[in-house]
Design a protein around this ligand. Sequence first.
Ligand code: ATP
Length: 510
Amino acid sequence: MDMDKLVSLCKRRGFIFPSSEIYGGINGFWDYGPLGVELKRNVKEAWWHDHVTSRDDMVGLDCSIIMNPKVWEASGHLGGFSDPMIDCRACKGRFRADQATAVVFALGSAEDPASKPRFFVVGGIGDRDDVLKANEKGIEKAKKANKTAAWPETSETIRLDDATIADDRYALIPCPACGQAGTITRPRSFNLMFKTYVGALEDDSSVAYLRPETAQGIFANFKNVVDTGRVKLPFGIAQTGKSFRNEINPRNFTFRSREFEQMEIEFFCRPDEAQEWYQYWRDYRFKWYTGLGLRSDRLRLRDHDSAELAFYSTATADIEYAFPFGVSELEGIAHRGDYDLSRHQQFSGKDLSYFDEERKERFIPHVIEPSAGADRAALAFLCEAFVEDEIGGEPRTVLKFHPRLAPVKAAVFPLVKRDGMPEIAQKIVADLKRKKINAFYDEKGAIGRRYRRQDEAGTPFCVTVDGQTLVDQTVTIRDRDSSKQRRVAVDSIVAAVDDLVDGVETFTTD
Ligand code: ATP
């Protein structure tokens, strides 16, 4: 699938626009248009329903974005939430050192081992294969130009966050963007939190931060929820909301943004039951995505190896999706032990232990954290849904969203604008809306074009009022994916659409 086509469809049909576009936009920020806002709301509502309102071991929270800065001291974000960053003095580009690679070829030394070796160096963003591929032409040219020198098959791969690279070697590395050598700085730590000031004074005492994750608000409220919520272990606290990270390289459309929404759960349990709950959430979260239409062969559960694990975590897994730009993280599920509550207990001086009535024991609960991004999930659902196929020999673009996620559930058309057909169609739209089913009325253009427009918007069902409606009070209902149609009595159309969207019924023809 071509990402550019999806980005252009999103713009053209009002799913996602660059933020403040009339002023040239702002890198890493996006706005959701009329269809996009419905899609993202449906993602969040499906998540909230499936994890909070349909369960009896979960409660919700909605915390403020700006919190006491001590929260970020305790969580470790003030000290450690940073990426190594390199700058190019020439083109002013800024890159994450841990995502940049250089490949160093030694020239000449093989022919004359006594001579000082010369080097040919290529660089770029990505791993060794990405860099070799991006520099194919330059490498070929250098091979030809150095035909007298043996071209060693071996070459050295350098990750730019490696602090042990010698200065003379580092000076040879080209900037991943402009290609000039000797212009990039050494990696420097860059804190990803957005800083602001609270109150009239802009001094050190008024510094605050926009939250980089929603999770810490949950830990900070753990005691409040236990004291007031009549909750008993094991239980979870869920929160959705905006988070902010001053990402060095926002990219891949909304995948890496500077302002985004998270859907996070902290699931508190007894220490000896935590491993079981970790497995539970790892599987449950994977199935949530497949249940809403992501194909399991495009999804992967990747366990972190010991080098990748945070020091307090005994196990972490990422759910990854094969986006068109590569397999990338959708969500992380981490077994965080008692790290967070212990840290907040230490920094706040408040007792955050829990008394287990059944076992007559007091302890700090362990926590399993499934942490997902609403924008990344919406992007994965968009990528999965995007299909170019043919209907009756005609090419079409269609977004095959799961009906629960589709922005509009049903579009209703009068075949022609006369004989009372518009009135019947408008009444069906009003009836659907009264049942909280998002419906759309369209009377413009040929019926085939109206179907195509709804296919592109991802609307799963189209209802058409035609001549036969006036005779026998039935309408057609058309299925987006198969483009098949059947007739349904006007009286039962709302119930029929409701059942199809809910998945109680699947589409069949007469
Ligand atoms: P990455 O390695 O991609 O930066 P992360 O491991 O830092 O992500 P977490 O801190 O675990 O991410 O955040 C949990 C979830 O929040 C991610 O799985 C992702 O869905 C979402 N998320 C994190 N950063 C961003 C971002 N910059 N833009 C959009 N979503 C994000």
